[in-house]
Design a binder for this molecule. Structure first.
Ligand code: SF4
Length: 122
């Protein structure tokens, strides 16, 4: 082995290289932690009823996606009085009616959502 050769025959890192590697690792760790915090906050917001993902739009069939589009379904309505949780076609899936089954859209919808077929529950 040549003098000054490091592990695996590579030249050992100079002090600057070691500090740089440590910085890269620390920065990577902080970035991963920040990403986890953002994902966690998003999930928490969804569970709090702020337009959470009761259904993944990517998993809808083409027909279901077209029906939702035709009915102008939105996962978060601006008007609390016309949200899915107050619609006659909505059957809650959980205690707080965050998610529910819609008889019109034949699938899960957000309790805070709305579509053109809204009909107030009597
Ligand atoms: S009909 Fe429309 S407003 Fe009523 S529950 Fe279904 S998606 Fe919501």
């Amino acid at each position: 082995m040549a003098e000054g050769a490091g592990i695996g025959g590579r030249a050992p890192l100079p002090e600057f290289g070691r500090l740089l590697s440590r910085r890269v690792l620390i920065r990577g760790g902080l970035t991963a932690t920040l990403g986890w915090c953002i994902a966690s906050k998003t999930t928490h917001a969804a569970r709090a009823g702020e337009a959470g993902p009761c259904v993944d739009p990517e998993l809808l069939s083409g027909a279901d996606a077209s029906l939702r589009s035709a009915m102008e379904y939105v996962p978060l309505s601006d008007d609390p009085a016309t949200r899915c949780s107050g619609c006659a076609f909505f059957t809650a899936e959980d205690e707080d009616a965050r998610c529910g089954q819609c008889a019109i859209l034949s699938g899960s919808v957000e309790g805070v959502g709305n579509c053109a077929s809204f009909s107030p529950r009597e």
